[in-house]
Write a protein that binds this ligand. Sequence first.
Ligand code: ZN
Length: 403
Amino acid sequence: MLSNSASQIEAKPIDFCRVCLARDLEKILDLGKQPLANSFLKQKDQDEQFFPLDAYLCENCGHVQLGTNVDREGIFRNYLYFSGPNPGLSSHFQKYAADVKQHVPSWQNDLIVEIGSNDGILLKEFQSPQNSILGVDPALNIESVVPTMREFFGSKVAERILREKGRKASVIMANNVLAHTYDLHDTVAGMAELITDDGLVVIEAPWLGDMFETNAYDTIYHEHLSYFSIMALQKLFEQFGLVLVDLEFQPVQGKSFRAFFGKNRKPSDFAQKIVTMEAQRGWNYRQAFAMLAKKIRRSKNILLRKLDDLKKSGESIAGYGAPAKGNTILNYTGAGSYLDALIEGMPSKIGLYAPGSRLPVVAREAVNPDAFVMFAWNYRPQILEKEKDFKGEWIIPNQIESI
Ligand SMILES: [Zn+2]
């Protein structure tokens, strides 16, 4: 599905905390007005809608969320699913499955549910003759290799699964789902209802700490409604009787966490240590975010100065990778005016134009620039290995130190 300029997408401000429902929210970041980061354009002159891209902090519970709600049907209507090589992802899923199986030894006999199951490749790792696996995913344009319910998960869908399957699930996984979730309360209520007393809910999501540690402000785009600290995540789940029993950090796509929640269990000591560390760093107070906002502005100035110098010395520059997150950087910094194109490995993106910057997305062979801005910077080692013959300069767009 491609964006259809004739249909207007609805957007409205959100004035309560999705985790604790408090109404006192503090604006902490403003990245300007931006189009949807995944809405690549078919034509360079196609109309686009822009929405405020700003983040708010709830000082009551430490949750960080977007200030503007873009209608989810609008996002899904405009959602482009890009199949193709995604470095490291399939081995990530195998390790993910092995980890979950170790946590829930009875998986072979039970009901296993994955929310946001996409094409089903993670859930397929759990297939066994004695168990039952079920994906839940609203996207209609994705082929799935496992049985899939085409719904947004919530308490009603949990009840339907209970009715249809006649039992609870011992594993519920939600991989990169909670950040996209509109009604966190209804979703977690559904999880609490559907999970067995000794089962585990497994959540994987980008960690707010990554924004502080690697200046990863490019995880902010309209599809990502929430930016979780462990402290806020724990507060969300404990309202529904779910205890954080284990926590791990994953290097995939920046730093993500994997959190395991269960009923009537002992909380994880390691998770408590992380929560204490987050509180000590002040990630639930506006002052820490004022410093972060400063760092982000500084990285923008460093990037523009660098690109300006290169241009003045007659060098050509292209972007390496056209991930959604790259569009946040391009549209916040205005760096697109220095670039000729974005190169991309996924054939399905080639020939399109990046939202906002209107940069053409081309194949690697189409350009041979003097310098590359690495938008897929979280795959830095793999990219440098693949491009070891490239003799030009690499620029990391969100770096905070001058070169
Ligand atoms: Zn809150």
